[in-house]
Design a protein around this ligand. Structure first.
Ligand code: ATP
Ligand code: MG
Length: 511
């Protein structure tokens, strides 16, 4: 056994050689042992025992090649390492070694030749350290690094790249290539101010960006950036400084998100989808409502016709006449209802004529004022030159009255209404659903309660009403909408809760 007793230790400590032995005996983290010139183990310390698992008595006299793996032995590594040590004065390497139980450990090995004063090789000193843990940590790190790289490499909707401390691009991911248009070989090594606008560069923005990141631990902004071709995009940018263990800046991590793309296309898509859905819904309800209304209108016309004939032919009778009058009135309400439904379904028989709208509105001013009532002030804004439209006059009057009734209902304690006329032109396809051409716009604006988003979204739907059961049929705006469409125009609404409502009927100037 290599472990010395108390007395033996004391004796050893008296000589220099003995003290060395004590030192080596105390070392348990390193295997320190000697080989003879042929590679036979001639001494063994506790560190060696701990590391390799052999007792001193088991291993003395054995060849050190047994610590090597099968492959290394076959490759002649044990002999070569001794030869190298003898020739060069030292041999150093890292590699897998075997424990007694056959398990492997990652070893750092140094072999030094021991020579006699005359220069003859008398053996080798061998120091082995177990680096398995470090090796595993390295492997883990490498694995997580490669996973991280894989992650960054697979991101295509964000530019993720590294800058060196001076702001030069160090790495480049596919997202960065896609967003900026630069290939890695075009951009790695160049300064990141490349992506800034000339104005930003003149103002020293790139340098300030890095300073802020260092000072505050992070830099974040939304700003214009420039693609390869010079095109600008609105970017969300964040920069994080990267520090080493000592806290020194070794670079920056930069993530850039193209907001132009995100907001632009996504919003446009959502809008387009909503618009299509809305249009399809209105079309479907229109078909249904129009069809039903058409049949009911025929039935009611027959009922009304019959009642009127009976009324004319029957002599006055206090028991029957009031009943007949009531029936006729109800049937008439029914007819006007089905007509509004038909208007919504674009099933009205329109008789369009070319009329000046100022004259048309002035002719019904009495009805307008009556409709609004005494608590609402009216003002008008009509241009001098007559604005003509090709339109069914009776239906347009009805539509205007419907809008005015809505305005009135939204202002129970009074307010004001402004009716205005203006000439408009649609010359690009920016106005969704409009045919190009000249239009007249008749607008009715109130200072009423306005609509919340949910109401606004459904206001034109038939039978949608917030007025309460029995009060509104929810066909007012439906009629105006259907009529405007059937006339080749549009009903446009603009409203916000608490901020009043503007309804515009756009009518084509030419048929
Ligand atoms: N000028 C307005 N101000 C505020 N809300 C309005 C206005 N015009 C319409 N609305 C809202 O839109 C809904 C639908 O209007 P619409 O004219 O189609 O039906 P209604 O007025 O409720 O009933 P009806 O017109 O058949 O009497 C209304 O119930 C109301 O909530
Ligand atoms: Mg209404």
């Amino acid at each position: 056994m290599n472990v010395m007793g108390q007395a033996e230790r004391f004796a050893a400590s008296l000589t220099e050689e003995g003290r060395y032995r004590l030192l080596i005996e105390a070392i348990t983290d390193y295997a320190i042992y000697m080989l003879d010139p042929a590679g036979i183990v001639t001494s063994w310390n506790p560190g060696a025992q701990r590391l390799k698992g052999y007792e001193e008595s088991e291993i003395l006299g054995e060849h050190f090649s047994r610590f090597h793996t099968e492959e290394d032995r076959r490759a002649g590594l044990p002999e070569r390492s001794l030869r190298t040590a003898a020739r060069d004065g030292t041999f150093e390497s890292e590699g897998w070694r075997l424990r007694k139980d056959g398990s492997r450990f990652w070893a750092h090995v140094i072999i030094d030749p021991i020579k006699s004063p005359a220069g003859d090789l008398v053996g080798f000193a061998k120091v082995t350290r177990d680096l398995t843990e470090r090796k595993q940590a390295e492997a883990l790190l490498r694995q997580s690094e490669s996973q991280f790289r894989l992650l960054v490499e697979s991101v295509t909707d964000q530019a993720i790249y590294l800058l060196d401390p001076g702001g030069q691009v160090d790495s480049w991911n596919p997202g960065a290539e896609r967003i900026t248009g630069y290939r890695p070989e075009e951009v790695v090594g160049r300064h990141f101010s490349l992506f800034h606008t000339p104005e930003d560069r003149d103002r020293g923005e790139p340098a300030r960006t890095l300073e802020t990141a260092i000072r505050e631990g992070r830099f974040e902004t939304e700003a214009w950036r420039v693609r390869k071709g010079g095109e600008r995009f609105w970017a969300h940018v964040s920069i994080d400084p990267i520090r080493n263990e000592d806290g020194a800046i070794v670079g920056f991590a930069k993530v850039t998100h193209d907001l132009t793309e995100a907001t632009g296309t996504r919003v446009a898509l959502d809008r387009a989808r909503d618009a299509i859905f809305q249009a399809q819904k209105m079309e479907a309800i229109g078909q249904l409502t129009g069809g039903v209304a058409h049949d009911f209108n025929n039935i009611l016309t027959a009922v009304l016709g019959g009642l009127e004939i009976v009324m004319r032919r029957l002599p006055e009778n206090p028991n029957i006449t009031p009943l007949l009058q009531g029936a006729i009135q109800a049937a008439q309400r029914g007819v006007s209802l089905t007509q509004r439904m038909m208007a919504f379904g674009r099933r009205q028989e329109l008789r369009p004529e070319t009329v000046a709208l100022q004259a048309l509105l002035r002719a019904i001013m009495d009805i307008i004022i009556q409709t609004l009532g005494p608590r609402i002030t009216l003002d008008t804004d009509f241009p001098e030159a007559p604005l003509t439209a090709h339109v069914d006059v009776d239906q347009l009057e009805l539509a205007v009255i419907n809008l005015l009734m809505n305005a009135r209902d939204s202002m129970p304690s009074g307010g004001s209404v402004r009716i205005s006329l203006s000439a408009r032109a649609v010359d690009s396809d920016e106005m969704a659903g409009f045919r190009l051409g000249r239009y007249v716009c008749l607008s009715v604006a109130d200072t009423g309660e306005g609509m919340d988003e949910a109401t606004f979204a459904r206001a034109m739907e038939p039978f949608f009403s917030t007025r309460g059961v029995g009060k509104g049929t929810g066909l007012g705006l439906s009629m105006v909408h259907g009529f405007a469409e059937q006339s080749g125009g549009k009903l446009l609404l603009n409203s916000r809760k608490g901020e009043g409502t503007t309804a515009e009927i756009w009518l084509p100037v030419e048929a």
